[in-house]
Design a protein. Structure first.
Length: 137
């Protein structure tokens, strides 16, 4: 992990936080910059899977803005859609099952679970593996 990224990552070992940060750290937005908003993301409940499951896209937009993650109307709405899609996954697969997979180190199981989610692709997966210190091929 790059030194600046390692220093930006809090000591909390929470795969949901790592996943949300990974989703928000795309389009030339580095992990350490996104981690600058972790306190606000926590306060707004956006790193808690049960909240993502409950909130709709519009509510997530408002929570992102309140958390300090306002990247303009288009991008903030796009991120809200992606987080809402993650919430749908949690609702359909179950929180315990999802947590077990993303907290593990089986990259195939993680990708099988997450890649079908709208907005989760190779960059999000690379970010997530970096934050979780999971070696990739």
């Amino acid at each position: 992990m790059a030194e600046i990224e390692a220093n930006a990552k809090p000591s909390v070992d929470d795969p949901w936080e790592d996943l949300v940060i990974s989703i928000l750290s795309v389009n030339q937005y580095p992990l350490d910059v996104t981690y600058g908003s972790i306190k606000g993301l926590r306060e707004q409940g956006l790193v808690r899977p049960e909240e993502l499951r409950r909130l709709d896209q519009g509510e997530i937009v408002e929570h992102l803005k309140s958390a300090g993650c306002d990247r303009g109307p288009f991008m903030t709405n796009l991120f809200a859609l992606r987080l809402a899609s993650l919430g749908v996954l949690i609702g359909s697969k179950g929180l315990d099952a999802c947590t077990k997979i993303i907290a593990g180190r089986d990259t195939k199981a993680i990708e099988d679970l997450l890649l079908p989610v709208n907005g989760i692709g190779p960059k999000v997966m690379a970010n997530f593996y970096l934050l979780r210190e999971i070696p990739t091929k």
